[in-house]
Design a protein around this ligand. Structure first.
Ligand SMILES: Cc1ncc(COP(=O)(O)O)c(C=O)c1O
Length: 480
C-alpha cells in the first residue's frame, strides 16, 4: 500500500494498481466505484492488515462531516474477502429454518428463544390486532397512541414480574436509554454501570447528567462502593444475562450489596426473561431475588417474539417514567400487532411448560455435542452457546463456511468481546429438531478439522491479543 495524497492507494495482488477514482480491479475482476477512494481487494488484504494504522486521517477541525462515511471501508474489506457476515437477506422463515439466497439453512443465530414467532396463537393475535386497530398508532402514547392493548400488556407484565406496575416502550433500546438517562438526570447522582452492558444502557448513561462509574465485575463494584458507607444517590445498572457469552450475573450477591450500600438496582433481563426461572419469569426469579430488583427491564424482541420493551417496578416510579421519559413521550407507540403478539406470547409462556422442557433438552444436547467436538462454550448454561474462536477474521470465516454448509450463526468480535476472544454465537430454541442440531454439530465438527479453532480451553487460560487478527481475510488462509 502506498499513500497518495490524502488517501491510501492499495497494491492489488501482485500487480500494482493505484486507484483514487473509478477503475478496474484485476483481483476482483470488476469495476470499482469512484467514490470509494480506498478500496479493498483480496490482494490488498495482507497489506491492509499490516498497515491499517498508517492510513492518514484528516484533522477533525477541517473535516467534511461526511468524511468518515467516505473513508469507511471495514465492510468493503470483509466483503472483498468473501466473508462479510452482516445484513444477510432472509427471504422467509419458519423459525428454526430460514431462507437465505434461495437456500434453506438452520437458524442458530436468532434470539427467538422460545420459537414463538410462528406460534399459531401469536400469529392469530397479531392478525386480529391489525384488523381491529390498523397498522400503526401514528403518535405517542401520551397523546393519541395509547391503546387498551398497551394497558393490558402492562398489567399482565406487572403481574408476571411481581411488580406494582410496568410501562411499555416501542423498543427495548428506547426503554433502557430513556429510563436510565431520566433517573440519573441530576448531576449529584451516580450510575454504576457494568463494563459489558448493552449499548442501550450505555446510551442511557451518556444522556444522564450524573457521574458514571464503570465496573468490571462484582468484586470491582464492591471495591468501588466501599469508598462510602451509603449510596442512596446511586443506581447500579447491569445485564442479567450477557448477550454474547450467555454469562449470568450473580444477582443474589448484587442484592446483598444493595442491602449493604442502599443503592437502587436496575436489571436488564433481555436474555433471561422468557428463558430462566419458573414460567420464564427471568433471572431474578430464578435466583429468588425478584423483590430486591428495583427496576426490571425486558424486551419483546427475543422470547416474546415481537418488538418493544418494558420496565417494571414501583407504581410511582413507573408513572414518572411514563410522563417524563423522552423516548416514550416523543416517540410513536408500539404498533398494535406488536403489542398483541407480545401479549399472546406471554400467555403461551405462562401456560406451556413443555416449551421450556424442549428448550432445555435441546440446550443440553447441543452443549454436550459441542463439548464432545472440543469447543469451549464459556461455561454458558443458557440457550446462548458461544463457540470460542479467538481470531476475529477466523470467526468471520467460520460463520461464512457454516452458512455455506447450511447453518446460520453470527460472529462476535471486539468491542463486543475483548480483542483476541472472538466467538461464534449460537442460540437454541425448542422448535429445533434433533436433525437440525445434529446437522449443525456435523458442520461445526467439519470446521475444526479445517481450521485451528482452539480446543480444550477451560476459561482460565483464554488467549488475549493487542490487535485484531486479519489472517483469515485471505481467501486461501486455512490453518492447522
Ligand atoms: C441486553 C439487551 N438489552 C436491550 C436490548 C434492546 O432491546 P430491543 O431489541 O427491544 O431494542 C437488547 C437487544 O439487542 C439486548 O440484548
Amino acid at each position: 500500500m502506498a499513500t497518495g495524497g490524502k488517501y491510501a492507494v492499495f497494491d492489488c495482488g501482485d500487480q500494482r494498481e493505484e486507484r483514487r477514482g473509478a477503475g478496474h480491479c484485476p483481483a476482483l475482476d470488476t469495476v470499482v466505484a469512484g467514490r470509494a477512494r480506498r478500496v479493498a481487494c483480496p490482494g490488498a488484504l495482507p497489506i491492509f492488515a499490516a498497515r491499517f494504522a498508517e492510513i492518514p486521517r484528516r484533522k477533525a477541525a477541517r473535516m467534511d462531516i461526511f468524511e468518515p462515511c467516505f473513508t469507511f471501508q471495514d465492510a468493503e474489506l470483509i466483503k472483498a474477502a468473501g466473508i462479510y457476515p452482516f445484513f444477510h437477506t432472509l427471504s422467509s422463515s419458519e423459525g428454526p429454518v430460514v431462507t437465505v439466497k434461495g437456500r434453506q439453512v438452520i437458524m442458530l443465530g436468532s434470539n427467538n428463544y422460545l420459537g414463538l414467532t410462528h406460534h399459531p396463537e401469536v400469529l392469530r393475535s397479531a392478525h386480529q390486532a391489525i384488523d381491529k386497530y390498523g397498522t400503526s398508532c401514528t403518535g405517542s402514547r401520551l397523546l393519541n397512541g395509547n391503546l387498551d392493548l398497551h394497558e393490558q400488556l402492562e398489567r399482565e407484565l406487572a403481574e408476571f414480574t411481581h411488580k406494582e406496575a410496568a410501562v411499555v416502550f416501542s423498543t427495548g433500546f428506547l426503554a433502557n436509554m430513556g429510563s436510565v438517562g431520566l433517573l440519573a438526570k441530576s448531576a449529584d447522582c451516580v450510575i454504576f454501570s457494568h463494563a459489558e452492558n448493552h449499548a442501550s444502557l450505555i446510551e442511557g448513561t451518556r444522556i444522564a447528567r450524573g457521574a458514571v462509574c464503570v465496573f468490571e465485575d462484582l468484586d470491582d463494584l464492591e471495591r468501588k462502593l466501599s469508598r462510602r458507607d451509603k449510596w442512596e444517590n446511586a443506581l447500579v445498572v447491569t445485564d442479567a444475562v450477557f448477550s454474547m457469552t450467555g454469562r449470568v450475573t450473580d444477582l443474589k450477591r448484587l442484592c446483598e450489596l444493595r442491602r449493604r450500600y442502599g443503592f437502587r438496582l436496575y436489571v436488564d433481563d433481555a436474555h433471561g426473561i422468557g428463558v430462566l426461572g419458573p414460567q420464564g419469569r427471568g433471572t431474578a426469579a430464578a435466583q429468588g431475588v425478584e423483590a430486591e430488583v428495583d427496576l426490571l427491564f425486558g424486551t419483546f424482541s427475543k422470547s416474546f417474539a415481537s418488538l418493544g420493551g418494558f420496565v417494571a417496578g414501583e407504581a410511582r416510579v413507573i408513572d414518572y417514567l411514563k410522563h417524563k421519559a423522552r423516548t416514550l413521550v416523543f416517540s410513536a407507540a408500539l404498533p398494535p400487532a406488536s403489542a398483541a403478539a407480545a401479549l399472546a406470547a406471554l400467555g403461551v409462556m405462562k401456560r406451556d411448560e413443555l416449551l421450556f422442557e424442549r428448550l432445555w433438552d435441546n440446550v443440553a444436547y447441543f452443549r454436550e455435542g459441542l463439548a464432545q467436538i472440543g469447543y469451549y462454550t464459556m461455561g454458558s448454561r443458557t440457550p446462548i452457546l458461544p463457540l470460542f474462536v479467538g481470531s476475529e477474521s477466523l470467526a468471520f470465516r467460520l460463520c461464512r463456511e457454516a452458512l455455506d454448509r447450511g447453518v446460520f450463526t453470527t460472529p462476535v468480535v471486539h468491542p463486543a468481546v475483548p480483542l483476541g476472544q472472538a466467538l461464534i454465537r449460537t442460540s437454541i430454541m425448542p422448535a429445533h429438531e434433533r436433525s437440525h442440531l445434529d446437522k449443525a454439530l456435523e458442520v461445526f465438527a467439519g470446521l475444526v478439522e479445517r481450521y485451528p479453532v482452539p480446543m480444550g480451553l477451560d476459561g482460565q487460560r483464554l488467549p488475549t491479543a493487542d490487535s485484531m487478527d486479519f489472517t483469515y481475510l485471505q481467501p486461501d488462509a486455512v490453518g492447522g
